[in-house]
Ligand binder design. Structure first.
Ligand SMILES: Cc1ncc(COP(=O)(O)O)c(C=O)c1O
Length: 421
């Protein structure tokens, strides 16, 4: 059946004709290694990578074997299982902040519980987040995620219908990378802020030197919990996540994507003292935070995650990932040298994008002030030339080959020609 026919069927049974995740007009039939094919048989080099989990590429044979073996033994039990325990042990070995782990199915839930955990621990209500920071779909996380309207900080703007006004009252919003602003708001609200939640590397924007350190210090000073959302960066930036790369240890982090190896699994990982609030016996019913889920910690996802992490631990994997990303970043930068305004390749070797703006990019408003029409044309040309990516990111995978890099840069070159003529 053609994509057009499938899309027509989708439009009958799905709002906006799709899942809500991504452009519904492309319907993926299958993936193998660094490539995916749509239902019309068109082949793409994949920088979408399932929005990040498929860091090894699609259908890695060792992950497939591990999953098949587990599948024959049972897909989900709801009950405690050994594979989930092993994965929790591995997460605790890998991440500086992780003394204990609790599973959810999605990063959204993990972030929602991390904020609730901070509230239970501190017995405070207010959460400070950064404009443009993405922490999933909870009411709190939808505050100032991608606001069209720019209001004065620290006022939060709901980016979704259906969120009660009361949620807004407990949220504060700051510009990313603005140490002075974050410090001053924490000073002013001293004793009231339960948590600061931050993507240590926000979307594609790196933290400026000292920013994460200053948040750590301010949280210590004011008794607030520091939450790093490492749903994207965990096991991508390094085996120890962004917290290891930047040398700042949060109290709690959230993980997702890679730890489930392509299956639904995410986690909250943090200091035992905080995680105790998931244990009624330790904290008593008043301070207890109830948390469970039908598929949480399911063995299929745990096995896929464990095998993915085992492969990532092998010598040379991160070096290869970084090398591939650096080659692409440099090549894309060179191809786009002559655009007006100049294109910047912003981000990290494992995750980056192109922003058409001359000035340094420090926060959400800087990215938004880039030339969005050029960005849209750039992305459209890449898609037409069989490069698949989300509008805001290139996700690098270990499956990318030299041929993929060459073909990608040829497509970028074509996009550059179209943008400069
Ligand atoms: C930084 C970050 N946090 C949280 C989430 C939400 O994760 P999920 O889509 O698994 O709910 C995402 C998803 O892309 C993310 O990028």
């Amino acid at each position: 059946m053609s994509q057009e026919q499938l899309l027509k069927r989708a439009s009958q049974v799905m709002p906006a004709s799709g899942f809500g995740n991504f452009d519904p007009s492309i319907i993926i039939r299958e993936g193998k290694g660094s490539r995916v094919w749509d239902e019309d048989g068109n082949e793409f080099i994949d920088y979408l990578t399932g929005s990040g989990p498929m860091i090894l590429g699609h259908g890695h044979p060792e992950v497939l074997d591990a999953v098949s073996e587990q599948m024959a033994k049972g897909m989900t039990f709801f009950a405690h299982n050994a594979r989930g325990i092993e994965l929790a042990e591995e997460i605790c070995r890998a991440l500086p902040c992780a003394e204990q782990v609790r599973y959810t199915c999605t990063g959204s839930e993990a972030d929602m519980y991390a904020m609730r955990l901070a509230r239970a621990y501190t017995q405070r209500d207010t959460i400070l987040k950064f404009e443009g920071g993405y922490h999933g779909m909870s009411a709190e996380a939808q505050m100032s995620l991608a606001p069209e309207r720019q209001v004065n900080f620290p006022v939060a703007v709901a980016d979704s219908a259906g969120i009660p006004e009361s949620v807004r009252n407990d949220m504060l919003v700051a510009p990313y990378n603005d140490i002075d602003f974050a410090r001053s708001i924490m000073e002013e609200m001293s004793g009231k802020i339960a948590a600061v939640i931050v993507e240590p590397f926000q979307r594609v924007i790196p933290p400026e030197p000292g920013f994460l350190e200053a948040l750590r210090e301010a949280c210590d000073e004011h008794g607030s919990v520091l939450i790093f959302d490492e749903v994207v960066t965990g096991f991508r930036f390094s085996y120890g996540g962004a917290q290891s790369v930047y040398g700042v240890t949060p109290d709690v982090c959230t993980l997702g994507k890679i730890i489930g190896g392509g299956f639904p699994l995410a986690a909250i990982a943090g200091k035992a003292e905080l995680m105790a609030h998931f244990d009624k016996e330790k904290v008593g019913s008043e301070r207890f935070l109830m948390q469970l889920g039908t598929l949480s910690g399911n063995p299929l996802a745990a096995v896929a995650g464990l095998k993915t992490l085992e492969i990532l631990r092998r010598p040379g994997q991160y070096e290869k990932l970084y090398e591939t990303g650096k080659t692409l970043m440099k090549g894309i930068h060179e191809c786009l040298r002559d655009t007006e305004p100049a294109a910047q390749v912003v981000g990290h070797p494992t995750l980056f994008d192109v922003v058409f703006r001359e000035e340094t990019i420090r926060n959400y408003r800087d990215v938004r002030s880039g030339d969005r029409d050029k960005t849209a044309r750039f992305n459209a040309t890449l898609r037409a030339n069989r490069i698949l990516k989300v509008p805001g990111k290139f996700y690098i995978s270990l499956a990318l080959t030299d041929t993929d890099i060459e073909q990608t840069l040829a497509a970028v070159q074509l996009a550059a020609q179209q943008l400069t003529h």
